[in-house]
Design a protein around this ligand. Structure first.
Ligand SMILES: [Zn+2]
Length: 415
């Protein structure tokens, strides 16, 4: 790892309390050394900065807990219910990944796109193609991203060219290799598309490898009906639990249509739900009840869910989380004011999301943490706002991102 240093000046977005952030009072600075943050000084201006100045804001880089790499080119295919949308938009896009050169080039392009939006860590799905999934792991790692990429396993209810029988799928997934800061993830697509044998094999692989588990849970009503038909004897969450797939390293996309028994099960296992409010709105899947999940002890994090989610920006996903929580509370006086504030929204897309996918060194401007951060130059006079964190969240413009640093290296430079 290079021991090069970077001195970065600006107002710092700092950790505050258990689930929040605060802004430094003055222009401060951060010094990185190699791939780590060495100095964090929120009050003193640096004598000579490599990046930033007193007009800038320094923010930890964003983490996206749920997205699909092969779906970046089919964002916005509208008017279809989830299962139809998969068939008409998503599966044809994923079939293109049968060509490993195409997959590698696309994953590289998507990595650049993620960096340009300030995201340097992900929990991502590839496709059911083994070599292309490995190419995606390598491409993201080479671009300086961190996190998890999984071979999206399915052995039923999909086009034959994307189905891989359970024994082959499991042995392929087990032989994926980590590279740099990117690790394979155990990724059964969702229980509708996975036989019991495939799910059970994924549970065994998760136990043996210690890799992150990611799958989808309870996104739409029609999916729920299909699950009730396939598994009349147990709930959707129980299907995953029976396969040994629920644990503190499990990320479940969506979790909208759940009862309190399923919430209790998820809470007991420590599995987290990746809330994807922009995707839920786009597919008209329903509103996830964040407050109810929290009240029942279910951990949550945030994902863009590209391509169902149209927004690559985690700031817009965080805003949509607040909008969705307000929508759920509407017309219920006992819920008045029960929605996350801007401080929590910023925390979630930085430190909260990083912790959720097992990256404890990410997401905060603190000495010793990973040197993954953004230099932002807002064009609004946000400092005079009565609520600067909220103004920054809602006035956010991706064109404000001047530089993206990952592992102490400038990976995106818009100056
Ligand atoms: Zn998804």
């Amino acid at each position: 790892m290079p021991s090069a240093t970077l001195t970065i000046a600006g107002t710092l977005l700092l950790p505050h309390g258990a689930r929040g952030v605060r802004l430094g009072d003055a222009c401060g600075h951060v010094i990185t050394e190699g791939d780590r943050i060495r100095v964090v000084d929120p009050a003193r201006r640096a004598p000579a900065a490599d990046l930033g100045d007193e007009s800038c804001l320094i923010v930890p880089a964003f983490t996206d807990c749920h997205l699909h790499l092969p779906q970046f080119d089919v964002i916005g295919v509208d008017g279809l219910e989830l299962l139809d949308w998969l068939e008409r938009a998503v599966f044809p896009a994923e079939m293109k990944w049968a060509d490993v050169d195409f997959a590698r080039a696309m994953a590289t392009r998507v990595a650049d796109e993620l960096l340009s939006f300030g995201t340097t860590a992900v929990a991502a799905y590839a496709t059911s193609h083994f070599a292309s999934t490995q190419a995606a792991i390598d491409a993201l790692a080479d671009k300086g991203l961190s996190g998890h990429v999984g071979q999206s396993l399915m052995d039923r209810h999909g086009p034959s060219s994307l189905l891989v029988p359970a024994p082959a799928a499991l042995s392929q997934a087990a032989s994926l290799r980590a590279r740099g800061r990117v690790t394979p993830a155990v990724t059964p697509r969702f229980a509708v598309a996975c036989s019991d044998a495939l799910l059970a094999g994924c549970g065994t692989l998760a136990k043996r490898s210690g890799w992150l588990v990611q799958t989808h849970l309870a996104e739409t009503e029609r999916e729920m009906e299909t699950m009730r038909r396939l598994h009349p004897e147990r709930s959707y969450a129980e299907v995953y639990d029976r396969a040994g797939l629920l644990g503190p390293r499990t990320i479940l996309g969506h979790g909208i249509h759940l009862g309190d028994e399923d919430r209790a099960l998820l809470a007991a296992r420590g599995a987290a739900i990746a809330h994807c409010p922009t995707a839920n709105r786009f597919l008209d899947a329903g509103e996830m009840d964040l407050a109810r999940h929290a009240a029942k002890g279910v951990a949550t994090c945030l994902g863009s869910d590209v391509g169902a989610g149209p927004d690559r920006s985690m700031v817009r996903v965080a805003r949509a989380m607040i909008d969705a929580a307000k929508q759920v509370a509407r017309g219920r006086p006992e819920r008045h004011g029960d929605f996350p504030r801007a401080s929590e929204a910023w925390w979630r897309i930085t430190e909260g999301n990083a912790r959720a996918i097992g990256l404890p060194d990410r997401g905060a401007l603190s000495p010793g943490r990973d040197a993954d951060l953004l230099v932002v130059r807002p064009t609004k006079p946000w400092r005079d706002s009565p609520d600067p964190l909220s103004t920054l969240l809602y006035a956010w413009d991706d064109r404000w991102i001047e530089a993206v640093v990952s592992q102490g290296v400038v990976r995106h430079d818009a100056r």
